[in-house]
Design a protein around this ligand. Structure first.
Ligand code: GLV
Ligand code: GLV
Length: 318
């Protein structure tokens, strides 16, 4: 059977797979397989190991004559056309659970960095702009004891809430359904989205990307937020109207934003949002801890092999 891997993973994980299957992958650790090559190779492939950067769309499914299973090394699968996969009876696997804590860590790191202007401070020294101590130089927002509003109380949202509790934060959340466990164990309070936006000092977006969440954060939502509010997005860029966010940040409607995700990734330094000094931007590294990425790769391989061998996937989307 033939497998395509659009990204390279460490040999210790790859070698046992290569003994059993024909594996087509990229040579470099620093590049993904091109779309063109993927479309060519997919024709006679049985399995596909993918990631958030590939567009698994109708064009690709049309090419794939033998494909049985697609395994993404990610929790989110908004880049995969599930309807097309379903129509063709192709299984989809993903990697929830193993990246929860790492992503919650990064979300909290970005929250703290944005609230306390860590990047601006580091840049100031780097650019020889530090003139000495001043009473209100690079003053940011307090974090301890403030109110955090978490939009999307799934596994990662709960992880962020657990960290927020350590900072004695008041925890509000909004979610499709109530999370009784988070309420009981973490003292989180369910509120409507408008209330969350009005009351939170830190608004943290962790909702999956769906038709319903597309640009759910736009002008009206930013207007409801406090002028001192910090907005954090570690979910998907498409959940945010980036033009509206730019306006809100520039006009002082909200105070700052920390973003790990963007609508069209990768972005570069000329992206509109990066022209603002109240934006802290990261290159989609929510789950990028070494052990976490190893566990994600391991789980994604297990999903793939299980699908090929006719066994149930460990975490199956469809
Ligand atoms: C990364 O964004 C993921 O969905 O795992
Ligand atoms: C993702 O793992 C989530 O449910 O938050």
């Amino acid at each position: 059977m033939k497998l395509i891997m659009t990204c390279k993973i460490p040999d210790e994980l790859m070698n046992p797979i290569k003994e059993k299957y024909e594996v087509v992958t990229v040579e470099s650790d620093h590049a993904l397989m091109s779309r063109k090559r993927l479309l060519g190779e997919i024709v006679d492939a049985d399995g596909l190991f993918t990631n958030v950067a590939d567009h698994i769309d109708e064009e690709l499914f049309e090419q794939a004559k033998k494909l049985k299973v697609i395994s993404t090394m990610a929790v989110g699968y908004d880049n995969i056309d599930l309807q097309e996969a379903k129509k063709r009876g192709i299984l989809i696997g993903h990697t929830p659970g193993v990246l929860t804590e790492a992503t919650a860590d990064l979300t909290f790191a970005l929250l703290m960095a944005t609230g306390r202007r860590v990047k601006e401070g580091a840049d100031a020294i780097q650019n020889n702009e530090w003139k000495g101590w001043l009473p209100f130089y690079l003053t940011g927002q307090e974090i301890y004891g403030k109110t955090i509003g978490i939009i999307g109380m799934g596994r990662i949202g709960v992880g962020v809430a657990r960290r927020a509790r350590g900072f004695s934060m008041n925890i509000l959340y909004h979610n499709r359904s109530k999370n009784e466990e988070a309420e009981k164990d973490l003292g989180a309070t369910y509120v409507e989205l408008d209330q969350l936006l009005k009351k939170s000092d830190y608004v943290v977006l962790l909702a999956p990307s769906t038709k319903e969440t597309y640009r759910m954060m736009s002008t009206a939502q930013f207007q409801l937020m406090k002028k001192s509010a910090v907005f954090i997005n570690t979910s998907r860029g498409s959940n945010v109207d980036e033009d509206a966010l730019y306006e809100a940040l520039q006009s002082g409607e909200i105070w700052a934003a920390g973003l790990d995700v963007f609508e069209n990734e990768p972005i570069s330094a000329n992206h509109k949002l990066l022209q603002l000094n109240n934006v802290t931007a990261l290159p989609h590294i929510g789950s990028a801890a070494i052990e976490t990425r190893m566990n994600m790769a391991r789980l994604a391989l297990e999903n793939l092999v299980n699908g090929l061998e006719g066994r149930p996937l460990v975490h199956q989307v469809i």
